[in-house]
Design a protein around this ligand. Structure first.
Ligand SMILES: *Cc1c(COP(=O)(O)O)cnc(C)c1O
Ligand code: SF4
Length: 374
């Protein structure tokens, strides 16, 4: 195939000419036809020199994988397209003196493999190291797509055993990677096991599949999930162009299964760090009945300096939304730290010390985050 498949025709999110609707809407077909090379990418966009060189230079550093559905949302001619920049490598990833592999020190906070405990009553449980595609700003770059971080049945059992013997845990957040990349059967088994633990009151799913592979959210999946209530789900839309009819349909199915759907986005330079875009995202989400929950300051994560903005800029942005849109359309702007998430507002935000922003975490300790002003 030469030239951009979708440029010459179909709507973003819809199958391009030559692909049948049933195939396109089959999540397994999407998984099998994922883009993993510059050559495959050329079917969708005209890659820029910088992107081509970055795909080669970064091939050993962080996986390059995109679903056909998400590729169909990309602007074939604009390298600064907000969809492209989330998933196509750029040479800027090679210039990040501050970035670290594990800025939240999650490994140090793991009582057992892939369980991260920062708070007394709740955990993040990375049940799966796979995703449908890999985001260039992913916080868990160190583990996603890496076989050594996958969870075999025995390792899942060990983690479940730890939860069973830790009665303070009332809230379990299943994350990854992406838990919805599991088959329905495996997820059903896991949720069933968690539901049998009396002190686990709620289970949450953290998944980007409504955004990157909405066809995964089948009626069958939703029928299975609704047997395990109370379930909550947070997804991860970053840009209004991701709010397609296909994504809206996926979210609607989840909502009709009684699952409250929230959104956690990341504030990304040149993607959603202006008032107009953020407002369009947040208002589009509430039209889909998705509640904007958190917007994260981009972490000091290796290869992501080009995505970070000064904290002051993010504060101004969310300040500009207040009063100008529905209160529940405005997410909490937070910084995640090894000591937990901190709202970037009084009294948690203590000020600046040169290039560092000083915040106080929930347990009263201070954290100094390097965050240069422009
Ligand atoms: C984000 C997170 C949670 C959940 O935090 P909430 O503020 O309750 O949404 C729990 N554990 C870890 C390790 C987390 O990173
Ligand atoms: S979907 Fe989430 S976990 Fe997976 S690569 Fe993207 S940000 Fe990382």
């Amino acid at each position: 195939m030469t030239g951009a498949l979708r440029a010459r025709g179909s709507r973003p999110g819809a199958p391009p000419p030559g692909i049948r609707e049933e195939e396109w809407r089959d999540w397994r077909w999407q998984m099998r036809h994922r883009i993993r090379s510059a050559e495959a990418l050329r079917a969708w966009i005209d890659p820029h020199e910088d992107e081509l060189r970055a795909i080669e230079a970064l091939s050993q550093r962080f996986h390059f994988v995109i679903t056909p559905y998400y590729a169909s949302l990309m602007d074939p001619d604009d390298p600064e397209c907000p969809i492209r920049r989330q998933v196509v490598p750029r040479l800027a990833e090679l210039h990040d003196p501050l970035g670290e592999p594990d800025p939240l020190r999650e490994v140090e906070h793991s009582p057992v493999k892939n369980v991260i405990r920062v708070y007394p009553d709740r955990i993040a449980f990375c049940v799966n190291n796979e995703c449908a595609l890999y985001c260039r700003f992913c916080l868990r770059k160190r583990m996603v797509g890496e076989p050594s971080w996958s969870m075999r049945r025995r390792e899942l059992e060990e983690a479940l055993g730890w939860i069973e013997t830790t009665p303070e845990i009332r809230d379990v957040l299943l994350t990854g990677g992406d838990p919805l990349v599991f088959t329905d059967d495996r997820l059903d088994w896991l949720l069933g096991r968690l539901r049998r633990i009396p002190h686990v009151e709620i289970v949450r799913l953290g998944t980007r599949l409504p955004v990157t592979l909405p066809f995964r959210v089948t009626e069958g999946l939703c029928r299975m999930l609704e047997r395990h209530h109370p379930l909550w789900l947070n997804t991860h839309f970053n840009h209004p162009r991701e709010l397609t009819p296909e994504a809206a349909e996926a979210v609607d199915r989840l909502s009709r299964a009684g699952i409250p759907v929230g959104n956690q986005s990341v504030l990304l330079r040149g993607i959603n760090d202006d008032v107009h875009t953020m407002r369009a995202l947040c208002e589009g989400l509430v039209r889909m009945r998705v509640r904007p929950y958190y917007c994260y300051q981009a972490q000091l994560l290796e290869g992501t300096a080009h995505f970070r903005v000064p904290v002051e800029r993010g504060i101004e942005l969310f300040h500009a939304l207040r009063g100008r849109t529905s209160g529940f359309a405005i997410p909490r702007y937070v910084l995640d730290t090894p000591g937990g998430k901190v709202p970037l507002e009084y009294p948690y935000l203590r000020g600046r010390e040169g290039d560092r922003v000083v915040v106080e975490t929930w347990d009263g300790s201070l954290w100094r985050e390097p965050n240069p002003l422009d």
